[in-house]
Design a protein around this ligand. Structure first.
Ligand code: FES
Length: 175
């Protein structure tokens, strides 16, 4: 029987450029379109600002899927930000594969400002994909750690307790 404690709702992070995808997210809300609450939208100025570290950090912090959503080709307000983002996402996908995470957990989408429907559809698509891929292994470990269902091996070099550290400093000063 499946251990219910390991069945987790997917967490999806969406980095959305303010001029297109974020506006589309707003529109989806105004149109009362339903999309999964699993998606956390992060508003950014332009997808060209997205750094590989942001994407990797999102996975490290437990996201099951991440996507970057920006303007349509030729519509970026900073000219080539979305092209830069495509390259960044492609590079991050290769890094994910190298550390053993499925590259499909990361995606780039062009979502125009007027495409509320498309925003909702992409949110559903990535949530469903995260569900099919299963929880990010980093997240499971983190979750189990937080719930104290697993324990890390003892640190071979634990920090010194403050009192002991004080004594060592005093001994050095006196000696
Ligand atoms: Fe939207 Fe650059 S302003 S991707």
């Amino acid at each position: 029987m499946e251990d219910q404690s390991l069945v987790l709702e997917p967490k999806v992070v969406a980095f959305c450029c303010t001029y297109c995808a974020y506006t589309a997210a707003d529109l989806a809300g105004a149109m009362r379109l339903e999309y999964p609450p699993n998606v956390r939208v992060v508003q950014i100025l332009c997808t060209g600002k997205v750094e590989v570290q942001w994407l990797l950090r999102a996975f490290e912090q437990g996201a099951d899927a991440v996507y970057v959503a920006g303007c349509a080709l030729g519509d970026c307000h900073f000219l080539e930000g979305n092209l830069q983002a495509l390259r960044t996402v492609g590079y991050a996908k290769r890094l994910l594969a190298e550390v053993g995470l499925e590259p499909e957990r990361l995606e780039f989408f062009h979502i125009p400002a007027s495409a509320g429907l498309q925003f909702a559809e992409r949110a559903r698509q990535m949530t469903e994909r995260a569900r099919q891929l299963g929880p990010n292994p980093l997240r499971i470990n983190r979750g189990l750690l937080e719930e104290r269902k697993i324990a890390l091996p003892p640190d071979p070099h634990p920090p010194l307790p403050p009192a002991q550290l004080g004594r060592i400093i005093r001994d050095q000063q006196n000696g």
